[in-house]
Each structure stands twice: as structure tokens, then as C-alpha cells.
Design a protein around this ligand. Structure first.
Ligand SMILES: NC(=O)c1ccc[n+]([C@@H]2O[C@H](COP(=O)([O-])OP(=O)(O)OC[C@H]3O[C@@H](n4cnc5c(N)ncnc54)[C@H](O)[C@@H]3O)[C@@H](O)[C@H]2O)c1
Length: 251
């Protein structure tokens, strides 16, 4: 349990919170005192994650939300507006990568990755913006793939993550005058995404040689930065894209 409850009284929405990084981000935001709405399309896991937080005496609930669906976003905004009345922390974490062995130029994945990664982030900000006020924090999740090419990962994944960084900066410029901060975290090599499980360990071993800290990242490495960006300690940080990559991008 977090010693500090700096986010007491705040409302957080985390997309893609049924597993991986998003689930840890939801855990740590709740431990810091926020009421957390966990959104995902894998309902059983999301419900279980929210129930585990409630059982621990924290405030959380699950919401089915396909981030690529404007109708789902409209429904979520109406629901949160009626129940919590506002959003102080918006974490646009949901993402898709493709598969462990993708055709890196396949067109079907192109549309899917744009829909989930890019449109999902855009719709999040578009629909939640009216519920956000001064002091609110939006965190988008990019990737080292926004900055460098990583062979074997779909080219559209790179493109969507690069677009998320650009979108983040535009959103910071537009929403800053309303007191809303917008930042992007670019995680490095993390535990594999759901749709990448089964990717060759050989590739990961090769990548570790390129990471100055000589280890892959853990979900908490990213989740801790999400919590920091949500707090007032980050009050003067906006429009940043922050690598959490063990130094990968520095080399
Ligand atoms: N794992 C990595 O190596 C890595 C590296 C850099 C960036 N990232 C990014 O971090 C974020 C989290 O990834 P992760 O590693 O936890 O992967 P993950 O696959 O464990 O989690 C992604 C979550 O997003 C959800 N999701 C997928 N499509 C969705 C949709 N249409 N609507 C709502 N939810 C949806 C999934 O159900 C899942 O719970 C993603 O944006 C990913 O691109 C991951």
C-alpha cells in the first residue's frame, strides 16, 4: 500500500486496465487515493482487477469500453458524468501491437492499429475533455517505437505511436490554457503485450544488450511515472514525451 495518498479525492480513468501496465497503473493510482475507473474490452479480467482493489479498501469500478468506438466513449462520458461528475486523471494506455510474427506491412493490421492506438487516444481526449478542469492530467502511452525503428514490429505500430507523441504535444498546447497538462510516456522493452506473447526470446535478449541498464522494464517502472505525472509534483510538466526505457533511446 502506498504511504502517500496524494491523489485522494481525484477521479482517474485508465484504458486498457484489464492487464499489463494499465492494470498496474490502476492499482497504483488507487493506492495513491484516486477513485479509479478501469476500462477495457476483456470484461472478466477488468471486473476482477476492480474487485481486487475494492476488496483492499480502495475505490475502483470497471467499465466496458472499446477505445476505438465513438459510441462506447460517448456512453462512458455520460456514465462518468452522471456518477463521478468529472475526470481528473486520464491515462490513454490501451494499445494493440499486432502479433508475435506479424507481416510488418499488412493492411488489415494497419486499420486495426490506427483504430485502437491513435483513434482510441484521440477519442479519449475528445470525449473526456468536457469532464476535465484545472489541475487535470492526461497521460498518453507511446513507445520507444515512436522514436526509432524496431525490426519485427508492425510499421503501423511505430506510426501510431509516433502520432501519439505529436498528438500529445498538440493537446498540451490546446489544453494548457485551461490548466490541463498532457504528457506522453514512451516505455521501452517491457513484458510482452498480450498480442505479442510468444515472440522469440532471442529478440528480447538481443534488445537487452542495447539497454544501458541491462534489463527489460517492469510494469511498475511505467506505472510509477504515471502516478507522478498525475500528482501536483508534476504541476509544471506538460507536452513532454518521457522515455522509461533503461536508457535505450540514449544510445
Ligand atoms: N509491452 C511493451 O513492451 C510495450 C512497450 C512500449 C509501449 N507499450 C504500450 O503500453 C501500453 C500497455 O501495453 P501492455 O504491455 O500492458 O500490453 P497488454 O496487451 O497487456 O495491455 C493492453 C490492454 O489494452 C486492452 N485493449 C486492447 N484493445 C483495446 C480496445 N480496443 N479497447 C480497450 N482496451 C483495449 C487489452 O485488452 C489489454 O488489457 C500499450 O499502449 C502499448 O502499446 C508496451
Amino acid at each position: 500500500m502506498s504511504a502517500s495518498r496524494e491523489l485522494e479525492g481525484r477521479v482517474a480513468l485508465v484504458t486498457g486496465a484489464s492487464s499489463g501496465m494499465g492494470r498496474r497503473e490502476a492499482d497504483l493510482l488507487a493506492e495513491a487515493g484516486a477513485t479509479v475507473i478501469l476500462a477495457d474490452i476483456i470484461d472478466a479480467d477488468g471486473e476482477a482487477a476492480a474487485q481486487a482493489l475494492v476488496a483492499a479498501g480502495l475505490r475502483a469500478r470497471y467499465c466496458h469500453l472499446d477505445v476505438s468506438s465513438p459510441a462506447d466513449w460517448a456512453a462512458a462520458a455520460a456514465d462518468i458524468g452522471a456518477r463521478e461528475g468529472r475526470v481528473d486523471i486520464l491515462v490513454c494506455n490501451a494499445g494493440a501491437n499486432g502479433s508475435a510474427a506479424p507481416d510488418v506491412l499488412s493492411s488489415d493490421l494497419l486499420d486495426k492499429l490506427i483504430a485502437i492506438n491513435l483513434r482510441g487516444t484521440f477519442l479519449a481526449v475528445q470525449t473526456m475533455r468536457p469532464l476535465m478542469g484545472k489541475g487535470a492530467s492526461i497521460v498518453t502511452i507511446g513507445s520507444i517505437c515512436a522514436k526509432v525503428g524496431t525490426p519485427g514490429v508492425h510499421m503501423a505500430y511505430h506510426a501510431t505511436k509516433g502520432a501519439i507523441v505529436a498528438f500529445t504535444k498538440a493537446a498540451a498546447a490546446e489544453l494548457g490554457p485551461n490548466g490541463i497538462r498532457v504528457n506522453c510516456i514512451n516505455p521501452g522493452v517491457m513484458p510482452p503485450m498480450r498480442d505479442r506473447r510468444g515472440a522469440s526470446h532471442g529478440t528480447r535478449d538481443k534488445l537487452i544488450e542495447r539497454i544501458p541498464l541491462r534489463r527489460t522494464g517492469e510494469w511498475d517502472d511505467v506505472a510509477n511515472v504515471v502516478v507522478f505525472l498525475a500528482t501536483d509534483k508534476a504541476a509544471y510538466i506538460s507536452g513532454a514525451d518521457i522515455p522509461v526505457d533503461g536508457g535505450f533511446l540514449a544510445t
